[in-house]
Design a protein around this ligand. Sequence first.
Ligand SMILES: Cc1ncc(COP(=O)(O)O)c(C=O)c1O
Length: 413
Amino acid sequence: MTDNSGPFSDYPLPYQSYDDMADVFRQYVSPGKLDLWEGFGFKLVLGKRNGITFTDAYSGKEYINCHVNGGCYNLGHNNPRVVQAVQEALGKLDIANHHFGSPLRAQLGERLSATTGHALSRVVYGVSGGEAIDVAIKAARAHTGRQKIVSAQGGYHGHTGLSLAAGDPEYRELYHATLPDFVQVPWDDPEAMAQAVDSNTAAVLLEGIPATMGMCPPSEGYFQAVRQACDAVGAAFIVDEVQSGLGRTGKIWSYQHDGIVPDILVTGKGLSGGIYPITATLMTPEIHEILSRNPTSHISTFGGAELGCVAALAVLDIIEEPGFLKRVTELGERFEEELHNLPFRLRRRGMFMGLEFEEESQAFLTLLRLFEAGVFPFPSGNDRRVLQFLPPLTITDDEASDLIGRVQQVCTE
Ligand SMILES: Cc1ncc(COP(=O)(O)O)c(C=O)c1O
């Protein structure tokens, strides 16, 4: 690898230009990924990353990251406290050995459990959100001795085996990954849920707020109705907080707005600060019991890597600081106040926000104009009338003013 650092990267880039990179990427990784975005005239490569912004490595254009990879960069790119924690551990810790006890996995387990008031006091670690969802489904099935999983149409839980089976046909049919006993019902419809949940149901699996479906928070009472439907038949309620969790909504977990406690909670993405992959499936001791009795029945070599635990502990330190969640709540209110009279409706809980347009084409044109203006939101894959709008939670007042100004300008032109 030659060291011909691009001008817009802090890290030596092996290719001088986008086209040089693309030639190799096309040949050895995926032509399709590049074709998709190039079709819209968009040749993006992440270069310099710092706080709320990243810079395109080859053009030097700077963007405010309002996609944050679905929450990975909730605390900004390269959050200095997370980076420092991992840097201090590098060369001393590594992934450790998942077969044995670990002080860091224990400490993180206790801290995660505490975020649920110790209701979900057993933690199984993973590497990806999909893996963590698979664990949730496996645990619910093992505990109940039942098969059926009820999820929401348009929801998204990952692309591994069981998480994929719980998602939309569009993603699973191509891979012949449809599985029996997975049922989807319309989101936010308590009657459809009550009808679907029966004595064969192992679990209901819902996102805290569905992101891919279009950033639509549950209506008041919906999660309580789901909780009741589950309780009536002894099914587990799994809440997927991969995107909605870790402070994004102004509470640590989105379910804490809904007056329920789930039996299983899945977290990922922002748990690592975008620095080192780690995910976690939290569950009640009762549900976990069967995993504990069969300790080798579920393993994950990299799951709960100690370097990941270090990153996650630093993330929790930040979001649990006094005032952090209050500021998220206040910032969310500010966005709502200042993003009005524009051609979209703001869907929002805390700073979990979506810009809902009337037409898909309008959303898409606005997306391209926002890119030009250096703002980087992202389309909701299953409702393209909605742009996911997720500025980092660490955004300062001045940065928020700048961001709001850019959105206002693009949308009033
Ligand atoms: C709500 C939700 N659950 C699960 C996942 C899967 O996570 P991963 O991509 O880490 O497997 C995602 C990913 O976008 C997600 O948004």
